[in-house]
Structure formats: C-alpha cells, structure tokens
Design a protein around this ligand. Structure first.
Ligand code: AMP
Ligand code: ZN
Length: 299
C-alpha cells in the first residue's frame, strides 16, 4: 500500500496508510495545531507533564519536548505494584535523563502520609476510581506547590470517546457539565487549581503506540490499564465501532473540542426572517427558499 501523502511504501494504516516519516510529521503537526487552536500554552508557562511510563503519557512528553516546549516530568508511585514499580520509575527517569528533562518523583504514601492499602480499603469505591481521585489531587497539589502553571496528561481521543459513551449512556448528569471536562484545556477556576491540558486530545491510542515505537521509546505499560489488556466493555464497544468507522474516536473528540453553546446561548442564535418567504431562519434566506431558487434556476 502507498503512503497517502508522499506515495512511498506505507508502513502503518490507522486512519489512512502512511509511511513512517509522514506519520511522525502528521502526528506532531496535529498536536501542534491542537496546542495553538485551543491555546493550551501561553509564553512563560511552566509545564509539568504527568508520566506513568505508558505509551500515552510518554508520547505526550516526547512530542512536547520535540516541539520545543519547556517541560518537567512527574512520575507518581501509586502504591499498586502492577501500575507503578521500580521499573516504571526507571523507564521514566531514563527517558528524562536522555533528553535533559527535569524529573520529579513522589509516592502517594510519603507525600500524603497515608498507608495506600488502608486508604484504598476505606475509600469504598473501585480501586481504579480511588487511584484516579488521588492522582488528580496529588498532581494538582504538587504542580501548584512547585510553581507550575499547566499540568499536562496523556489523555487521548480514545479516553475522550470512552468517557463520553460511558457517561452519556449511564445518564451523566442532567446539566451536561461533564461535557465541559471533555476539552483539550480545562482552565483554572480557583487560585489553588492548576489549569490542565491534554495535548493528545486529537490522537488515538494506536497512534501513540506507533509514535513511541518509531521513536525507539521504551515503555513500561501498566498491566491493568494497558491498551492491549484493557478489558472494560466500553473499550470493546469502541473497538467494534472502529471496525466500521476507524475515525470514530477522532471525529467525536474533534466535535467535542469545538465546545457547546452555554445555556444562555442555547437556542437563541438570533433568528431572522427569510427575505423571500418571511419564515424564521438563521441566515438571510431560509433553506427551503434557497433550494427552491436552485430548482427554478435549473428548469
Ligand atoms: P489514567 O488515569 O491511568 O488513564 O492516566 C491518565 C493520565 O494520568 C496519563 O496519561 C498520565 O498523564 C497520568 N498518569 C497516570 N498514572 C500516572 C502516574 N503513576 N504517574 C504520573 N502520571 C500518571
Ligand atoms: Zn509518506
């Protein structure tokens, strides 16, 4: 198969067939466009990337580094050895050393002064949910204490699509406030909250995997959350949809990134009266009249 861009031999087909160099270029260009379009960074920002050692967050750190953004990296030992362990720490630390990126490490237990096992037990919710809660808390507190102004994570289009489907089907919450989280940028809404950015919002997990592979990046994936082993039903559903529509997650993320009208704007797009028939319309001539005009002109 030929590369859709340069017509050399294609090496990878995710949405379109591409050769290795066009794939890398296209990936980096897409991330850069997302950063610019959604104003993820402003000059003077101090950026902290949370890196688990998996393909997504390592891709995030590598692409920001390659695009020239001044980043630091944080790896957190969550106290669950299948997720983080000396190997994940070593992989992330080595990645940073090789590129001269400042590396920070902390553990839930030391940083928070808790015994993770007791905490997880007392939390009375699934382990992954408790872990996510603690991570959000720790990332934000550490970033603020260290004077970072943006916190970047490796969340990508698949995460967005999964979260969207799951929340939508389970009823979400009536105000649809959860939709506002599904954006490349979550601005700070409190002096103690560091703004969060998701530079890989418009990238797929498969693309992140290929990006690390082609860049020779060593990955230490979590055996519970890994792309290949992830077993929750939404991942299966997403894979089924993608058999028919490989661009499903990307298209959904693109639509969500555009944002939704606020309650005030909703449905109040100033309606005018069609200059031809007088019926209400958003433009100056309503669609029926436009089509009518075309049909007449074709007669
Ligand atoms: P997850 O909640 O596991 O889907 O991870 C979402 C994002 O959080 C990842 O893309 C990383 O940016 C970050 N992250 C997850 N686990 C860790 C960790 N142990 N240390 C640092 N960052 C992490
Ligand atoms: Zn090519």
């Amino acid at each position: 198969m030929r590369c859709a861009q340069c017509k050399n031999e294609a090496e990878i087909t995710i949405v379109h067939p591409l050769c290795r160099s066009c794939f890398l270029k296209q990936y980096e260009t897409r991330v850069q466009r997302c950063i610019k379009k959604h104003k993820l960074f402003t000059p003077g920002d101090r950026i902290l990337v949370a890196v688990s050692g998996g393909k997504d967050s390592l891709s995030c750190a590598h692409v920001l580094y390659t695009l020239g953004y001044p980043i630091s990296v944080l790896h957190v030992d969550v106290g669950v050895s299948v997720c983080t362990n000396p190997r994940t720490r070593h992989v992330v630390e080595r990645f940073c050393e090789d590129r001269g990126i400042p590396f920070y490490f902390l553990s839930f237990s030391e940083y928070l002064g808790i015994d993770p096992d007791t905490f997880f037990h007392k939390a009375r919710r699934p382990r992954c949910a408790t872990c996510g809660l603690l991570k959000r808390y720790v990332f934000n507190r550490f970033a603020r204490e260290m004077g970072f102004t943006k916190l970047a994570t490796g969340h990508c289009a698949d995460d967005v699509a999964r979260y969207f489907l799951k929340t939508w089907v389970s009823g979400g919450n009536e105000s649809f406030l959860w939709l506002s989280k599904l954006k490349p940028l979550t601005p700070s809404t409190h002096p103690k909250l560091v703004a969060r950015v998701r530079p890989l919002f418009l990238c797929l997990e498969k693309e992140n995997y290929a990006y690390t592979k082609y860049n020779g990046i060593v990955v230490a994936g979590c055996t519970m959350c890994s792309f290949f082993l992830r077993k929750d039903s939404w991942t299966d559903i997403l894979r089924k949809i993608e058999e028919i529509r490989p661009d499903f997650a990307l298209s959904l993320a693109r639509t969500l990134a555009k944002g939704f009208p606020s309650k005030d704007e909703e449905g109040t797009a100033t309606l005018k009266e069609c200059t031809v028939c007088g019926e209400p319309t958003e433009g100056s001539i309503c669609t029926v009249c436009r089509i009518k005009a075309r049909s007449v002109s074709q007669v």
